[in-house]
Design a binder for this molecule. Structure first.
Ligand code: ZN
Length: 185
């Protein structure tokens, strides 16, 4: 469990760091310029622009893509989130407390925890910080069973293979095998 916890967080950290630390360059294409010129309402709050209101071009902070014309205030509030959700199905029903314990031994970054009982956690977060100890983001571990109280097997059966776009992207070769329940005892 210790090795798994550390391995898991390091992998996630590396993957997320790649996206998080990206200084996205704002991209603006011809059609975006036209959209900005003709927009009469803010794409975030959907309210119309008043005559004297400052309009800004809102961009995705990760990809740099133009999203739409927005109020200055809405744009400022629509910043990068400070946490990344990590879902485990039935997380609190398993050995999440062991996971938490080992996350703690990784040193860097505190863990915040919402316990249900001493051994069961509703959710916990690991702080990921930079060299100076400043918060970069938190990995927030959540239990998808709390939102969808059904076994993974049943949930998967509600979907058609074409709905598993992201699974397919990473595991094209053994794709069919990943859609069924484990065959090992
Ligand atoms: Zn707005």
């Amino acid at each position: 469990m210790k090795i798994f916890a550390i391995y898991f967080v390091n992998i996630k950290k590396n993957e997320i760091d790649k996206v998080w630390t990206l200084e996205a360059k704002d991209m603006l294409f011809k059609e975006d310029k036209a959209n900005f010129k003709t927009s009469t309402n803010c794409w975030i709050c959907r309210k119309d622009f008043e005559e004297d209101e400052v309009r800004v071009r809102d961009h995705c902070r990760f990809t740099g893509k133009y999203r739409g014309a927005a109020h200055q205030k809405c744009n400022a509030l629509f910043r990068k989130p400070k946490f990344v959700p990590v879902f485990f199905h039935n997380l609190s029903g398993y050995d999440a407390h062991l996971f938490v314990k080992n996350l703690n031994s990784m040193g860097e970054g505190n863990i915040d925890c919402i316990p249900n009982t001493e051994e069961k956690y509703i959710s916990f977060s690991k702080r990921i910080q930079d060299e100076e100890g400043k918060l970069k983001y938190k990995l927030r571990f959540l239990d998808s069973f709390k939102f969808m109280a059904s076994s993974l097997d049943k949930l998967v059966n509600n979907l058609k293979p074409k709905h598993f776009e992201n699974v397919k992207k990473h595991f094209d070769v053994n794709f069919d095998m990943l859609l069924r329940k484990g065959v090992f005892p």
